[in-house]
Design a protein around this ligand. Sequence first.
Ligand SMILES: [Zn+2]
Length: 304
Amino acid sequence: MMTMNLRASLACLLVSCSIWQATASAADDDGKLRIVVFGAHPDDAQYKAGGTAAKWAKLGHHVKLVSVTNGDIGHWQSAGGPLAQRRLAEVKKADALIGATTEVLDIHDGELMPTLENRQRFIRIIRRWQADIVIAHRPWDYHPDHRYVGVLMQDAAFMVTVPFMCPDVPALKKNPVFLYSSDGFKKPYPFEADIAVSVDDVFDLKLTAIHEMPSQHYEGGANGSAEHLAQVPPATDETGRKAWLRERWVKRQTGEDDRFRDALKKWYGPEQGSAVRYAEAFEICEYGRQPTDDEIRSLFPFFP
Ligand SMILES: [Zn+2]
């Protein structure tokens, strides 16, 4: 049963989300790229595409990072409205460092469903952002919310171009390029890195952004514990905490690089591609526009 406090907090959250959304939805045609990244929880888009987002943002392109749920059960010690508000504040700080716009939908964590209503939400967000590129999880990820974000992106692809689908927001003239973010799952088929981006030059910035989400790292998120907390330097030791975070992410992203090595060599050439340490990779979804290699180079203007 929800207490009055929780209800009040959720109402506040709803208001703050809609103000944020209204600010971010003014799409101006300045010739820059427009990218929207959907993650299931307030941290997924930043993990999977935070480095690439920072690279786009540095060049003046417009990136929105969306959390499709509010993350309100993503902690082992707290939940509900207060946690959702805390996580909204965390991603806002992280996204400000990345140079991206934040949107957090007020859908309960762990309860996302691929409904018609949510399909329409995706369509409207993609259209309002006038997206050239849309990124989301694959629909074969470990968490039901991740899987349904993948399904909802697939369901929005093509439909964003159909005028009488959600006619309250004008349809896109051109189907965006839809991309999956990377994962390690193998069934029904492993992630295929069609595009791999070196994030070596923004790796420190990505870590600084991730540092702003302590509920998920230093405190352990949904599967945290007293044992986990005991291993992490305390909040008073910021240098120690950042070193702890860096060690974990170096391990995590170095492992990923070797999986993406062929794609790195394709886009950066054999020599430069072999030297990349940290990368983010994307797979082209068959339901969106199918870009040529030349078009991929114009959408990812970081390749040599
Ligand atoms: Zn997640």
